[in-house]
Write a new protein. Structure first.
Length: 143
């Protein structure tokens, strides 16, 4: 093999070794105009897309903490693309970021089969199957 062919072969083999752009996770943060609710859409390689939302302040009593939850409880909600029902989750982290994109009241956010509708009454999010949650300071409903 001559030097030019060897160089071409080396370049081609190193290009195929690079990770594809599709392998990079996709994350998108957004929140409500009040700043009380923030969400994170996440889609990683080989993982089902998910949507997690956190509420900063509530005025209603929280449900009892599950016995197996030793972390934060009550303010985080999640659905995946396959979820049959939204869920309140036990968590040890936060998805809140400074200055997230704001979804105006009356506007809809959509991505990866999920939709969220922002209104003065709160934020309602669901997956393509219709599972999700409706969040406001006064109520947090799972469906």
């Amino acid at each position: 093999m001559n030097a030019g062919a060897a160089l071409t072969a080396l370049l081609l083999s190193s290009l195929t070794a690079l990770p594809s752009a599709q392998a990079q996770p996709v994350e998108e943060s957004f929140g409500t105009p009040s700043g009380n609710i923030q969400c994170l859409y996440y889609e990683g390689a080989g993982e089902s897309p998910s949507l997690r939302c956190e509420i900063g302040e509530t005025s209603n009593p929280l449900p009892q903490r599950p016995k197996d939850c030793e972390l934060d409880w009550g303010n985080a909600f999640e659905i995946s693309a396959e979820s049959a029902r939204g869920e309140r989750i036990c968590h040890g982290d936060t998805i809140a970021v400074p200055n997230p994109r704001v979804i105006a009241y009356g506007a809809k956010w959509a991505r990866g089969g999920f939709t969220c509708l922002s209104s003065r009454a709160g934020l309602r999010c669901q997956n393509a199957r219709g599972a999700g949650f409706a969040l406001s300071r006064a109520r947090q409903d799972l469906f």
